[in-house]
Design a protein around this ligand. Structure first.
Ligand code: FES
Length: 170
């Protein structure tokens, strides 16, 4: 092997490549800051604030799947013009509300026809008419939902703790 230093030639030290740019230390991340799922510290903090979940044109009479803070939700606008953001499963038998039919006052499940308003309250249960009287009392069954509003261009979503909404994901 040739000894460059002894020969009087200039020696340029070369750092061994460790897989990072210019020998800088490997990047790190703090998971408690980066994770926003339900139940994580940052996720619970973020759920206290309004988030843009789409443009006004995204909330239409055709239900749309959106993912907000790692949660899959259904965004729609009832025929009265109110935006709704609900969890994707019907409170009755869990059918997907993505296939629901948007009506004047909410979204109707495609399976047995229960109608939920934008706050998740059961308005109609055609096959069991007495059920709606029981289930719309505060604290009883509904679907989980998020507050949703149009403001400054986007449609915004926010966690809500409506007394009508049962937390079905727990
Ligand atoms: S599953 Fe939705 S109404 Fe029955």
């Amino acid at each position: 092997m040739q000894d460059f230093a002894a020969s009087g030639k200039r020696v340029i030290p070369i750092q061994i490549d460790t897989g990072t740019a210019y020998g800088k230390p490997e990047p790190t991340s703090k998971l408690e800051l980066a994770q926003v799922g339900k139940g994580t510290p940052m996720g619970e903090l973020m759920r206290r604030y309004w988030h843009p979940i789409g443009m006004l044109a995204d909330a239409t009479e055709t239900p749309k799947k959106v993912r907000v803070l790692g949660e899959d939700l259904i965004l729609f606008r009832d025929k009265s013009g109110n935006p709704g953001l609900v969890y994707p499963h019907c409170a009755h038998r869990g059918a997907s509300l993505f296939y629901g039919k948007v009506e004047e006052k909410g979204i109707r499940c495609c399976y047995h026809g229960w109608l939920f308003d934008v706050k998740g309250i059961v308005l109609s249960s055609p096959a069991s008419p007495m059920a709606v009287k029981t289930w719309t009392k505060p604290g009883n069954l509904g679907i989980r939902c998020k507050n949703c509003t149009d403001s400054f261009g986007p449609t915004w979503g926010h966690r809500t703790r409506s007394p009508y909404c049962l937390d079905m994901n727990v």
